[in-house]
Ligand binder design. Structure first.
Ligand code: G3P
Ligand code: MG
Length: 254
């Protein structure tokens, strides 16, 4: 079966530049401040990671614990929202961001709507985390908040994608298969979740793989590239977009 025979995806016009964890070289990653910084720089889509706290509150956070990106310690799963809210998730980045809080998913969605921005939401399944619980808690909330044209949900975790697809059909939710290198079984894996896109580490893409993905009508986004010159062959090979910590470096001048 080819992609064209499948149900249509939302009419998503993804820009070529997506800010990784918000504008994460200008503001603390995955915070409201990082999304505002991306918007200020003229970037219209952001990639953000979502996980659950121990009390099942969905929050925008990358790591399994809070050590690297806050003044606290311990696993995310060991925190409830009142305790997580008290963390300073800005000072580790710079004194200018002291007191920037961890963002709850609903706060982030409200900001994205206020700014009219698009979201590539990564269902982040760290060790010991439950893909079903994350998908069930997050997907309905995101679908209720954002129009399908401004949303792609991606994950390295195949079960998370499968669970997400069981909640929403292809016309209602674009899914992205996330992998470092294109997996050998990519056709089967993409078909199983009716993927819209494939998200790959930019260092492992090749013209042949890109051509195969495009023949199958998948969009291809590459993470996490921060050097436009080194990345330039990827544009020639037809990559649809870059996910960057320094997205303004990839925007056209002016
Ligand atoms: O979605 C692309 C990228 O965010 C995947 O890796 O570890 O930065 O979440 P990571
Ligand atoms: Mg991510």
């Amino acid at each position: 079966m080819t992609h064209t025979e499948w149900p249509f995806h939302p009419a998503i016009n993804v820009p070529r530049v997506i800010a990784h964890r918000g504008y994460s070289t200008r503001a603390p990653e995955n915070t409201l401040a990082a999304v505002r910084a991306a918007h200020q720089a003229g970037v219209r889509w952001v990639e953000l990671d979502v996980q659950l706290l121990g009390d099942a509150t969905p929050v925008i956070w990358h790591d399994r614990d809070v050590k690297r990106c806050s003044n606290g310690s311990g696993a995310l799963a060991g925190l409830d929202w009142p305790r997580a809210r008290r963390l300073d998730a800005g000072s580790w980045f710079s004194a200018a961001w002291q007191g920037e809080p961890m963002a709850r998913l609903d706060e982030m969605l409200a900001l994205l709507n206020a700014l009219g921005m698009g979201l590539n939401l990564e269902l982040k399944i760290n060790r010991g985390h439950d893909p079903l619980a994350l998908a069930r808690r997050v997907i309905p909330e995101v679908l209720a908040a954002l129009p399908p044209e401004r949303l792609i949900v991606s994950s390295f975790n195949h079960e998370a994608l499968t669970r997400a697809r069981a909640i929403a059909p292809p016309q209602a939710l674009a899914l992205g298969l996330l992998a470092k290198r294109l997996p050998r079984a990519w056709q089967r894996q993409c078909a199983a979740v009716n993927a819209f896109s494939v998200h790959l580490d930019w260092r492992y893409v090749s013209p042949a793989r890109l051509a195969a993905l495009h023949r199958a009508q998948y969009r291809v986004f590459c993470y996490t590239a921060n050097d436009p010159q080194a990345f330039s062959p990827c544009w020639r090979w037809g990559v649809n977009g870059v996910i960057s910590d320094d997205p303004a470096a990839f925007l056209p001048p002016g």
